[in-house]
Write a protein that binds this ligand. Structure first.
Ligand SMILES: Nc1ncnc2c1ncn2[C@@H]1O[C@H](COP(=O)(O)O)[C@@H](OP(=O)(O)O)[C@H]1O
Ligand SMILES: [Mg+2]
Length: 252
């Protein structure tokens, strides 16, 4: 494991501990307040750790203003301090995550996704064998709160099962573990929603592209990165064909 992957892992896990404490000590009744406390607590802890450990690196975070410095930086940490904010605010749900990725000169070079309430952290270190797919209907991970309309069409074309859950990180991890065969999203997301999950998924031998088959690219001027496909390689031909038959949302 490289030092950067180790650091991504420590940061994701550490922010997860902060989030668990926030959830445990919360005595309020408005879930919005819990969401805000979580977003802020994890962001503050991650920002302080990054400033202390790698003061020369740039940061792109869902919860901080986007400075231009990252566009000329060699190293950019792309972080989502709390992905699946909605699920975080619904204890005891555990389908929420912390995303920490590192982009260096054109590509993701490290990433970790923590699922604090499930007590697991996955990272992008090499050496993990891809799981073997057995014959079964294709299982697609899908947002539990706002499933994109095209997924129902995709489900029909493929004869697939939809598996609802919160968080882009958790959905990607469901493909990493073999619970699902693919996670296909379109219609809106940002770089921080997918960077760390994509780094982990690639390291496990999964296929990761935009829904049109083009590569996922990070640290672009606009952090808007509205679609992705993470899939076991065995289902990619069927998925690609099915995607051509459904109406995908426009990706501005
Ligand atoms: N249409 C859309 N536009 C912008 N962001 C979206 C989106 N659909 C999903 N996301 C983001 O992707 C993450 C996973 O969402 P979901 O669980 O519904 O699939 C959430 O991140 P956050 O929880 O960090 O805001 C959510 O905000
Ligand atoms: Mg997010």
């Amino acid at each position: 494991m490289t030092a950067d992957i180790q650091m991504a892992r420590e940061l994701a896990t550490g922010a997860g501990e902060v989030l668990l404490q926030v959830r445990q000590s919360w005595k309020g009744s408005d879930p919005k307040e819990l969401k805000n406390l979580g977003d802020r607590g994890a962001q503050e802890w991650l920002a302080a750790e990054l400033a202390r450990r790698v003061p020369g690196d740039a940061v792109l975070s869902e919860e901080a203003e986007d400075g231009r410095a990252r566009l000329t930086a060699d190293r950019v940490w792309i972080i989502d301090p709390l992905d699946g904010t909605r699920e975080f605010s619904e204890p005891p749900r555990d389908d929420w995550a912390v995303h920490v990725a590192l982009w260096e000169q054109g590509d993701l070079t490290a990433g970790a996704v923590a699922r604090p309430a499930a007590e697991v952290t996955y990272d992008s270190s090499p050496g993990h064998e891809l799981w073997t797919r057995s014959e079964r209907p294709i299982r697609l991970a899908v947002s539990r709160s706002r499933p994109p309309a095209f997924l129902h069409a995709l489900q029909e074309v493929l004869g697939a099962e939809l598996v609802p859950m919160g968080s882009a990180g958790v959905k990607t991890l469901s493909v990493v573990t073999g619970e699902c065969d693919a996670y296909v999203h379109a219609g809106g997301q940002y770089e921080w929603d997918s960077a760390a999950p994509v780094a982990v998924a690639r390291s496990r031998g999964l296929t990761v592209t935009r829904v049109d088959g083009s590569p996922m690219e990070y640290n672009r001027e606009s952090p808007w990165l509205p679609d992705l496909m993470v899939a076991h390689p065995d289902v990619v031909p069927a998925l690609t064909e099915a995607l051509q038959q459904v109406d995908l949302p426009d990706s501005p």
